[in-house]
Design a protein around this ligand. Structure first.
Ligand code: ADP
Ligand code: MG
Length: 256
């Protein structure tokens, strides 16, 4: 695809993944509500993802993808089971401990970008740095570097509404990696992008793992992510199955 793509072409190749475990998930279940109206959105999921690894989770709408990602990143507490990030068990943490983990250890990338519309590009990234304790000129310099690296050096003072979808997603990726988290969680990151911008975001996510030594978990229907993923899982009714073993056929790309 590009000259940068080398050994990661094969969809299920894991030979260049040698890092330590960053994300460990043991028998995680998430249930909403109780009694007759209870919904088991995530059902007994086990997962282990290492540094430099890209894992793709595919599954139909309502299969529990967003709920699972939210549990992995400490946005939602599991009903049972255990989640460890970088060796730290987050399962029993208080809300304020979880907030710190989310700020420092996890970068989230959302389908809808989730930028603050009233703030400029650089301010959106600075806010993330400020929450984690970096302020003033140091924060401004770091935000400038991150955005410049992502090709947004001439968009620093634009508001989100004046950016293209692809640019907005790049701002959200800059924000996600601002505090240098080991774990990146992306929920349908290309769903609102045209195919060229979607492809750029796919390659950026690959670089976060392969060049920047992070662990990347992506939930998506996008066929192009299949091409960069080390492992692919299939989620159905909250249960995770190996994509190949399950024989499931993934839906075609919705990235156009
Ligand atoms: P996906 O992202 O794969 O579309 P979700 O994780 O959003 O799936 O939802 C999985 C299931 O959990 C769905 O049946 C959904 O209705 C249910 N669900 C999600 N969030 C909540 C909630 N806050 N309260 C009750 N049910 C929920
Ligand atoms: Mg979802």
């Amino acid at each position: 695809m590009t000259e940068m793509q080398t050994s990661t072409d094969a969809p299920t190749q894991i030979s260049d993944v040698t890092g330590e475990t960053i994300l460990q998930v043991d028998n995680v279940t998430k249930r909403f509500g109780s009694g007759a109206v209870a919904v088991t959105a995530v059902d007994g999921v086990d997962l282990r993802v290492r540094r430099r690894e890209i894992v793709l989770i595919m599954g139909p709408s309502g299969s529990g993808k967003t709920t699972l990602l939210s549990v992995l990143g400490g946005i939602l507490k599991p009903t049972s089971g255990r989640v460890q990030i970088n060796g730290t068990d987050i399962t029993e943490m208080t809300e304020s401990q979880l907030t710190k983990i989310r700020q420092k250890e996890v970068g989230f990338v959302f389908q809808s970008f989730n930028l603050i519309e009233s703030l400029s590009t650089i301010e959106n990234v600075e806010v993330a740095l400020n929450f984690a304790g970096l302020t003033g000129r140091k924060a401004r310099a770091r935000a400038t570097d991150l955005l410049s690296d992502l090709g947004l050096g001439d968009r620093l003072h634009f508001k989100p509404r004046d950016l293209s979808g692809g640019e907005r997603q790049r701002v959200s990726i800059a924000r996600a990696i601002a505090n240098n988290p080991a774990l990146i969680l992306a929920d349908e990151p290309t769903a609102n992008l045209d195919s060229k911008r979607g492809q750029e975001v796919v390659l950026l996510l690959r670089d976060l793992a392969k060049q920047q030594d992070r662990c990347v978990v992506i939930v998506s229907h996008d066929r192009r992510i299949v091409d960069v993923a080390d492992r692919i899982w299939w989620l159905e009714d909250g249960r995770l199955a190996d994509h190949q073993a399950s024989g499931a056929t993934a839906p075609s790309s919705n990235g156009s």
